[in-house]
Design a protein around this ligand. Structure first.
Ligand code: GLY
Length: 401
């Protein structure tokens, strides 16, 4: 009897281990590889920091002529370089990275009252948000609280959304809202928690709910831009600015949405946002134009696929989102997202995408697309790609250690 009992236990263990292996199968990446990639990033970003000509300039991408493209503090991408330095400090605990992050943060202080952009969440939360998380610096709290109020001033109760570009009138728009705004809600959620200001929480959730209704198509792809009428809140126009066409699925836009709804679910625990994130995930993963290695073309409906550029920024965002999303759902989706993220990280960490130290203007990854229709940053390194790649690597390590 005893041996039969042991036999039964052994079978049960094999079955359980079998199912564990299922959730870990096809391991194409490892913690060691993630650490190697981060070690490369440490070298690159130290070199990058030392290449900065003055403190008011933030490395953003590469010009067509091969030179580094810099942005001032008011540029929407200014927070990503300091944000990456904070993440690298988090990884290495090397005080040099903390010093570099603090110094690059400093020139962004003025952004807290800058009313000219909806991207204040990117600019302040990546830089001061990470700084606060890692150091508890009280000054950073004040900057973030003021920044959240500035962002909230772009909310319109008629459209039930926050305004994107302030220059919309040039395009004939009244109140343009782009999918990218979903990312900036993180700052509002933080400030609502920190200050107890329910209005900020309500603005964030109302924006997210309105965006589900108005930005998303039946197949859960999204428009890049929705223009609202400010008198009655109706929709004047839907289309694109950076994508291939008004009816296409611009890859980074789909990724901003995926990341955005995952974070809104994290902050609210409202299942409708989780459902939205999963539907977007389904659109991405089941798309016939998604390559086998899961690095999207710059637009899912780009002309000339497969002879067009991939976008590593979209891939890095998807990997980071999937690692988080995998923690909120049950099998089989849990493994689907986790394994997809692992596959993306493996590809991004290969020679094809990960630059050698000293190359690529000291950016970490190659092959992103910023604004294809304008011919800007086409097949370029971009600082937000690096930021979300580092974030994904850290999330990957955290989940495995
Ligand atoms: N937020 C602008 C972009 O994704 O290019």
């Amino acid at each position: 009897m005893k041996s039969i009992f042991h036999y039964a236990i052994a079978i049960a263990l094999i079955v359980v281990m079998g199912s564990c292996t299922t959730s870990k199968k096809q391991q194409v990446f490892s913690v060691n590889q993630a650490k190697q990639a981060l070690d490369t990033a440490l070298v690159q970003y130290k070199l990058m920091y030392n290449s900065i000509p003055d403190r008011g300039k933030y490395p953003t991408s590469t010009h067509k002529n091969g030179k580094t493209r810099w942005t001032p503090p008011t540029g929407w991408t200014s927070g990503f370089f300091p944000g990456s330095l904070w993440y690298l400090y988090d990884y290495s605990k090397d005080e040099t990275f903390r010093d570099m992050a603090e110094i690059t943060n400093a020139a962004l202080d003025t952004i807290k009252t800058y009313t000219g952009t909806h991207d204040i969440g990117f600019m302040l939360y990546c830089s001061f948000g990470n700084g606060l998380r890692l150091t508890g610096n009280e000054q950073y709290k004040d900057i973030l609280k003021t920044g959240a109020k500035t962002l909230a001033s772009r909310y319109n109760p008629v459209t039930k959304t926050t305004l994107s570009w302030s220059w919309g009138a040039r395009m004939g728009w009244q109140f343009p809202v782009i999918i990218d705004n979903m990312m900036n809600l993180e700052l509002l959620f933080w400030a609502a928690k920190e200050t107890g200001n329910k209005e900020l929480y309500d603005i964030a959730t109302t924006h997210a709910t309105t965006t589900i209704k108005n930005h998303y198509r039946e197949d859960y792809s999204c428009y890049h831009v929705v223009d609202y009428d400010t008198i009655n809140g109706s929709i004047r126009w839907r289309g694109t600015f950076q994508g291939a066409s008004d009816s296409s699925a611009w890859a980074r836009g789909q990724s901003w949405g995926l990341y955005g709804y995952t974070l809104v679910y994290r902050e609210t625990k409202d299942p409708k946002y989780l459902e939205q994130a999963e539907k977007i995930a389904g659109f991405i993963l089941n798309h016939p134009n998604l390559p086998e290695d899961l690095i999207p073309y710059w637009d899912f409906n780009a002309p000339n696929i497969p002879n067009t550029e991939r976008d590593a920024s979209a891939a890095a965002l998807i990997a980071s989102s999937f690692l988080e999303l995998s923690q909120y759902v049950e099998e089989p989706n849990k493994s689907t997202y986790y394994l997809a993220a692992e596959k993306i990280l493996a590809k991004l960490s290969s020679e094809e995408y990960l630059a050698k130290t000293g190359e690529n203007n000291f950016f970490i990854l190659k092959h992103s697309v910023g604004f294809h229709p304008k011919g800007l940053e086409v097949d370029s390194p971009i600082n937000y790609t690096d930021y979300y790649y580092i974030e994904a690597l850290l999330r990957y390590i955290a989940l495995n250690e």
